[in-house]
Design a protein around this ligand. Structure first.
Ligand code: NDP
Length: 462
């Protein structure tokens, strides 16, 4: 067997890359990881973590308003110190960057600083920060370079920002226009509305959050509207212009115009493959640019693997982590005494941190109907106890979809406070194949919103 500098060389220090590098090194492999930016990738730097921190920040606006119904008199109207929020976030992210660095050095992973590209079979070139290019060989190369925001080439698109820029905007936007009705568009709209911006979300289709359960989509859209986010559906941008003083004028295809301080494009993400040298090694890609991989994350080039957002399966941190662990087991064998992990894409729970948030696991009603034919739908919506005193008009939706033949709960959806926290627990039940009868046999925790999932008795529709 030819000698290589490393057993595994990972390109990209995000969630998937760091996990693969650390796990492989802990199994005794000689591992290197190349990264040219900050450690932690999208999730840590410009994704999940800062997003959730800002979502908490936005939540305080609701709490201040809700507090009055519980007898609190807030003497001064609270004001957001945007600079303080940004500084505190930056400090926490820097701490996490350090932890990720520490995980690498602690596991004896050699961190190669600079831009890496494939340079022949089993060979990677890293253009180092010292200006020199270094060649390294590895038995296996893992591409875990993630993704980046995609902005369509509408006239004036360069005047818009992406989610990468939102956390560090120099001035808090009084008026924000968000283009795109997916995860990021809806989350950012809710968050910046909560923080005090006047927000308009523009979506080209009939309803936001395509791919989610239709009832969940409609319910969430209505709650966002009630909260004060303006949704313009069946709308798209024709052009963006800069007005004196920094205002952006968005002209819609129907001729209407909107003025904003910031225009955020959240129109999807694309795989980060530029400058990776994929062509040289004939690494096959899909039309979207995503790297094609088999069930073991092997690309079409021998010894080259890829996972996480760059393969474009499900762009979620826990998915990249699980893919990384499955790959390490495949390359190095399972950990002693444990079966080899395989990636299972069924029953992946997810949350959208809108206000109120969505939590979901399993199939949508539409998908379940297609797959099983005969299904039962149980749903309820209600005013949460908290809002009996707060006076807030927000409602909560809970919904179960049951396969009639097996009685298994095949879809579980919630829109309401802490939906992500609630659905994480129920995801275990769905993974175990829990039946509606077992849900019914489970006692509730009173008074919670989650108990509604075990007290739904009436079939809403079949
Ligand atoms: P999404 O794919 O979720 O949404 C993109 C949105 O932009 C859709 O509404 C889409 O419309 C619209 N769009 C796409 N192209 C255009 C165009 N050319 N013109 C106008 N509108 C367009 O992407 P996001 O960027 O929101 O998020 C990327 C991924 O990141 C998500 O899919 C998710 O996997 C992950 N993510 C997960 C989060 C979480 O777990 N909470 C949070 C944030 C991101 P249409 O529906 O018509 O295609």
């Amino acid at each position: 067997m030819p000698h290589h500098d490393f057993d595994l060389l990972v390109i990209g220090g995000g969630s998937g890359g760091v996990r693969a590098a650390r796990m492989a090194a802990q199994r005794g492999a000689r591992v290197a990881l190349a990264e040219h930016g900050r450690m932690g990738g999208t999730c840590v730097n410009v994704g999940c973590i800062p997003k959730k921190l800002y979502s908490y920040a936005a939540g305080f606006a609701e709490d201040f308003a809700d507090a009055a119904g519980f007898g609190w008199r807030i003497a001064q109207p609270p004001v957001l110190d945007w600079a303080a929020l940004k500084a505190n976030r930056a400090q926490e992210i820097a701490r996490l960057n350090g932890i990720y660095e520490g995980l690498m050095t602690g596991a004896q992973v050699r961190v190669l600083r600079g831009h890496a590209r494939l340079a022949g079979g089993h060979t990677v070139e890293v253009a180092g920060e010292d200006g020199a290019t270094h060649r390294h060989t590895a038995r296996a190369i893992l591409i875990a370079t993630g993704g980046r925001p995609f902005v369509p080439p509408v006239p004036g698109h360069e005047l818009a920002v992406t989610s990468d820029d939102m956390f560090d905007l120099p001035v808090f936007p009084r008026r924000l226009v968000v283009v795109g009705g997916g995860y990021i568009g809806c989350e950012m709209a809710s968050i910046f509305h909560g923080l005090g911006a006047e927000v308009t979300l523009i979506y080209r289709g009939e309803q936001v959050l395509r791919g989610f359960d239709d009832e969940v989509r409609a319910f969430t859209a209505e709650e966002m509207r009630k909260a004060g986010v303006q949704l313009r559906l069946r709308s798209d941008v024709a052009r963006i212009d800069a007005l004196p003083g920094g205002t952006r004028r968005v002209t819609l295809q129907d001729g209407a115009t909107l003025d904003a301080d910031v225009v955020l494009y959240a129109t999807g993400r694309q795989p980060n493959v530029a400058g990776l040298g994929l062509d040289a090694l004939d690494v096959r890609q899909q039309a979207s640019g995503a790297i094609e991989v088999d069930e073991h994350f092997a690309t079409s080039a021998p010894g080259v693997y890829a996972l996480g957002d760059v393969v474009g399966r499900m762009e979620l941190t826990p998915v990249a982590l699980a893919e990384a662990m499955a790959l390490v087991d495949h390359l190095l064998g399972p950990a002693p005494g444990r079966p080899a992990r395989r990636m299972d894409y069924a029953h992946i729970p997810t949350a959208v941190f809108t206000h109120p948030p969505i939590g979901t696991v399993g199939l949508t009603e539409q998908a379940a109907r297609e797959k099983f034919g005969a299904i039962r739908v149980y749903r309820g919506d209600f005013k949460p106890l908290k809002h009996t005193l707060s006076g807030r008009a927000e409602r909560t939706l809970v919904k179960l979809i049951v396969d009639d033949a097996s009685d298994r709960v095949v879809g579980l959806h919630m829109v309401g406070a802490d939906a992500g926290e609630v659905v994480q627990g129920f995801a275990v039940a769905l993974k175990c194949g829990a039946t509606k009868a077992q849900f019914d046999a489970t006692l509730g925790i009173h008074p919670t919103s989650a108990e509604e999932f075990v007290t739904l008795r009436e079939v809403t529709r079949r």
